[in-house]
Design a binder for this molecule. Structure first.
Ligand code: AMP
Ligand code: ZN
Length: 464
């Protein structure tokens, strides 16, 4: 019998038992990055949460089909139709074409997720490769009476879609024009949104395509409807993103997809809470913009950040600070140290790890309770009654969800020539009682990822 997996569905505001459309199989669409800049660690928190989700399904023996888009056209700095064009903004900033910007930051994003040990989606889809599908979707919406053309642009008339705003519990009548979205005279209702622009304030827009609605480019929301339907069909299991997507982006995606097909689109909507910094939202446009590379440059391992994300439930805000990251780094370093110790003596399958396995499965299946799963992992590590071999094998199973690369931990440390040279120089400095120099070299070795300890038996080198 299949395990019971419980997940919080934003659609119903309830924790529900997950029922897949096809037994043993789950189809997930996750909104991907807008590639006009590096992802910040807030964005990356959302992708880490989605990775835990996917890994939890694998742990429960599900097959997963995961699709993620790359937004390289149409996204304005506000999620509605106001603000600047994000891609143009990036291109102007760097004196490059939008195409070059898109290629560069898509590559950087893929590198970030690899460094965080996030599984790649089965299908990456780029918005600019799917203009045809978007135009076809707009034509379906036209046939169903959901669109109007105003001053050359094609808009979705939200008043024609009965359930508009249901996901976000929006009360349409109560929203006055301009209350949440800047008033735009071209629109009939303030929440109407552009499906296709032929005329806009971005005349210098390089990305334009011919269409039955005129030469132009798509609005942001239409790409996710068009691409998810192309790769996952008109009805699929799950759609995820950060909570900021609930009131506009996902609300509009539902109006488009269900408006076109006339039937229910997605069964489960999952949203990750925000990463906050200095009590504010981390944003690409804001000053508090921390990238994964910022953390690496400061000497952190990307997995220190992954560990930090494990410590807070995905539906709770995570307050980022370097003190908190240091705490995560220490705990992760300890965990690696304990596992390396285990690996030096992999004897003994005495004791019982069954209770831990049961608890771990219950935790991840209880709306992805990763903090609890991590706590259980530590309890197992500390349990003296469980033999090393059994303990290690169980940890390897848990790591299939945690993704902390436990299996890759080496007991024998391989060091490069430059580290060996630094060690020799430090020995020399110590012989000469030049403690200042010896400390400086120790710090440099640390920056390169190793801790050097002096003991009665000689020096000990540990990987950070
Ligand atoms: P974007 O590249 O702006 O489209 O955002 C990519 C993903 O990051 C989306 O799922 C957003 O909901 C999510 N996101 C944006 N800001 C944050 C944040 N501060 N914390 C967590 N997730 C975020
Ligand atoms: Zn989307």
């Amino acid at each position: 019998m299949a395990n019971i997996i419980k997940l919080y569905n934003t659609s119903t505001r309830k924790v529900e038992v997950f029922k897949p459309i096809k037994p043993g199989f789950v189809e997930i669409y996750t909104c991907g990055p807008t590639v006009y800049n590096y992802a910040h660690i807030g964005n990356l928190r959302t992708y880490i949460f989605e990775d835990f989700l996917k890994r939890a399904f694998f742990y429960n023996c599900f097959k997963v089909k995961h699709v993620m888009n790359i937004t390289d056209v149409g996204h304005l700095t506000s999620d509605a139709d106001s603000g600047e064009d994000k891609m143009l903004k990036g291109a102007k900033r760097e004196g490059k074409t939008v195409w070059e910007i898109a290629e560069f930051y898509a590559k950087a994003f893929k590198q970030d997720i690899e460094r965080l040990n996030i599984f790649e989606p089965d299908i990456w889809c780029k918005a600019t490769d799917h203009i045809k599908e978007m135009v076809q979707l707009i034509q379906r919406l036209e046939k169903n009476g959901h669109i109007y053309i105003s001053d050359g642009n094609v808009y979705y008339d939200v008043s024609t879609f009965k359930n508009y705003g249901k996901l976000a519990r929006l009360k349409l009548k109560k929203l006055k024009a301009g209350a949440r979205i800047a008033v735009d005279e071209k629109k009939r209702n303030p929440q109407d949104f552009a499906l296709w622009f032929t005329k806009s304030k971005f005349e210098e827009q390089e990305m334009k395509w011919d269409s039955p609605f005129g030469r132009g480019y798509p609005g942001w929301h239409v790409e996710c409807s068009a691409m998810s339907i192309k790769y996952l069909g008109e009805h699929f299991d799950m759609h995820c993103g950060g909570i900021d997507h609930i009131p506009v982006h996902h609300t509009n995606e539902i109006a488009q997809s269900e408006g076109a097909t006339g039937k229910k689109w997605v069964n489960y909507w999952l949203h990750g809470e925000f990463l906050l910094i200095d009590k504010g939202k981390m944003a690409k446009s804001g000053e508090n913009f921390v990238t994964l590379q910022t953390l690496i440059d400061k000497g952190y391992d990307p997995l220190d950040y992954r560990y930090l994300c494990l410590t807070t439930h995905y539906r709770k805000q995570l307050h980022f600070s370097f003190e908190a990251l240091d705490g995560a780094k220490n705990s992760y370093t300890n965990l690696k140290e304990r596992v390396r110790d285990l690996k030096t003596n992999l004897e003994g399958d005495n004791g019982d790890a069954g209770g831990y396995e049961k608890g771990f499965l219950e935790a991840i299946n209880d709306d992805l309770n990763m903090p609890e799963a991590l706590a259980l992992t530590w309890n197992l590590i500390k349990d003296q009654k469980v033999g090393n071999k059994l303990k290690y094998e169980t940890l390897l199973k848990f790591d299939k969800v945690l993704g902390l690369k436990i299996s890759e931990l080496q007991t024998e440390i391989k060091v490069s020539e430059d580290i060996k040279k630094l060690i020799r120089e430090r020995e020399e400095a110590r012989k000469n009682k030049d403690w200042k120099k010896s400390d400086q070299i120790r710090d440099e070795i640390k920056r390169k990822g190793f801790i050097i300890e002096d003991s009665a038996e000689g020096i000990k080198l540990k990987k950070l």
